[in-house]
Write a protein that binds this ligand. Structure first.
Ligand code: AMP
Ligand code: GLY
Length: 422
């Protein structure tokens, strides 16, 4: 089977690494990929939203299946694009339809979906500039801190959590005035939930589903979860508090009504559902849906899946996931993300990466790298995920942290306290 994987981050390197282990794989193409994906497949220089370019490659290289990494092409309708073309409609795309991708593309849509299908989530209301006064009144019914969410995709920056109600009102006005562009035309205001977060991953064929290993990620740049939000500085799987009792609640209260809800709403969905959950005193609530795998969670989830991933995707494509049982490696996997100095603010690309060949007891998933004249250079804020196995979180982190110290490039930064709260 020939597969095209779309994306260029650590998530895509981890998926590519896993696909490459399959006996069923013939050729793997990654568009556009990075220096890491080129070790396990063939990078093709096509942008993730260039549907015509991707289609051309699929026809030329006789690609049998397309796997979509990031959310943007999904929200822009890559699934529908392939289905709508006579010459491509039989090539399965792993990823939801444009309608399904609204679960991530619109927070208002996602909240309405949750309420309609009884999925537990924070109390909320949605507002536009025309209903500013109602928004103020609603804020006054809530207790601090106040959670404001731009409805649309805002590169992970569209959620504000504010302690002071006057500041919340001011920020709300700024959102309506275009602080996050079109994404903030509608704003979801919701109750703050206090608890500990985790990421649960589901793959569905629209009827049945499988649950993949769960993970916890660390979003803040600074140790002790301080400072600005990033794409993710590290991750751990499994999550100790996600025991059988807790995961049963997640499945019964959240996963089943979600998959069933998609079916009832006639939303075509054959792909990943990433549930951003929060554990509030033992009860799971939904913070958000994403329509893709998490990054850096994928860098700890893929190494724990024992199944042949090509077979799992084939079953999803054929609507046969009911016959699949996910086999999980019982070991812990941790990842520590090396980032460019200055990230999540401004940083400089093109720094030569050293000592990549000196690491043998961790898996190095490239996130933002590029091959340049025989060298590997940095090419993004998040540069490299250092993933390791261990018999405990502590054991795995010894290796991730050691090798995070071994690989080097100018300006390198990483958190040395991943997993500190578990
Ligand atoms: P989101 O983009 O919806 O994942 O929000 C980003 C982050 O904001 C989440 O990962 C949470 O840490 C936090 N957050 C979002 N909604 C809430 C909420 N209702 N209560 C507490 N924290 C929240
Ligand atoms: N690590 C969180 C995300 O991928 O959105």
């Amino acid at each position: 089977m020939n597969i095209l994987l779309i994306g260029s981050g650590g998530r895509e390197h981890a998926i590519a690494w896993k696909l490459a282990q399959s006996k069923k794989l013939n050729k793997l193409f990654i568009a556009p990929g990075n220096a890491g994906t080129s070790q396990v497949g063939t990078n093709v220089d096509i942008k993730v939203n260039d549907f015509d370019g991707l289609a051309q490659l699929v026809l030329k290289e006789k690609v049998d299946m397309v796997v979509v990494g990031p959310e943007e092409p999904l929200v822009k309708g890559i699934y529908d694009y392939f289905l709508g073309r006579k010459d491509l409609k039989d090539i399965p795309v792993i990823g939801p339809s444009r309608d399904g991708a609204q679960l991530e593309g619109s927070k208002d849509f996602a909240k309405q979906f949750m309420v309609r299908h009884g999925v537990p989530t924070a109390r909320y209301k949605s507002f536009t500039a025309a209903t500013l006064n109602d928004a103020y009144s609603f804020l006054e019914t809530l207790k601090a801190p106040y959670v404001l969410k731009a409805d649309g995709l805002a590169a992970g920056k569209g959620v504000l959590i504010l302690d002071d109600i006057n500041e919340a009102k001011k920020e709300l006005e700024l959102m309506f005035a275009g602080k996050f562009g079109q994404a903030g035309t509608t704003v979801v205001i919701e109750e703050f939930l206090k608890g500990i977060e985790l990421s649960v991953f589901v793959l569905t064929d629209g009827k049945s589903y499988v649950i993949l290993p769960e993970a916890k990620d660390y979003k803040r740049i600074g140790e002790g979860d301080s400072g600005l939000n990033t794409g993710g500085m590290g991750a751990v799987s499994p999550v100790p508090f996600a025991d059988e009792t807790f995961m049963k609640k997640v499945e019964d209260r959240i996963i089943k009504p979600t998959v069933e809800g998609l079916r009832k709403d006639n939303i075509v969905y054959r792909g990943f559902i990433f549930l951003g959950l929060i554990n509030v005193e033992g009860e799971p609530l939904t913070i958000e849906y994403n329509v893709r795998m998490g990054d850096p969670e994928t860098e700890v989830v893929m190494p724990r899946i024992k199944n042949d991933l090509v077979e799992v995707f084939e079953a999803a494509a054929k609507g046969e996931l009911a016959n699949v049982k996910i086999e999980t490696d019982s070991r812990t996997v941790t990842t520590v993300m090396l980032v460019s100095g200055g990230y999540p603010g401004d940083y400089v690309n093109g720094k030569e990466m050293l000592n990549l060949d000196k690491v043998s007891d961790s898996i190095l998933f490239h996130a933002g790298t590029k091959a340049d004249d025989g060298k590997v250079v940095t090419n993004g804020g998040r540069v490299l995920a250092v993933s390791s196995y261990g018999n405990s979180i502590k054991d795995a982190l010894v290796l991730s942290n050691k090798n995070a110290g071994v690989v080097d490039f100018e300006g390198k930064y990483y958190r040395k306290d991943i997993g500190f709260d578990l």
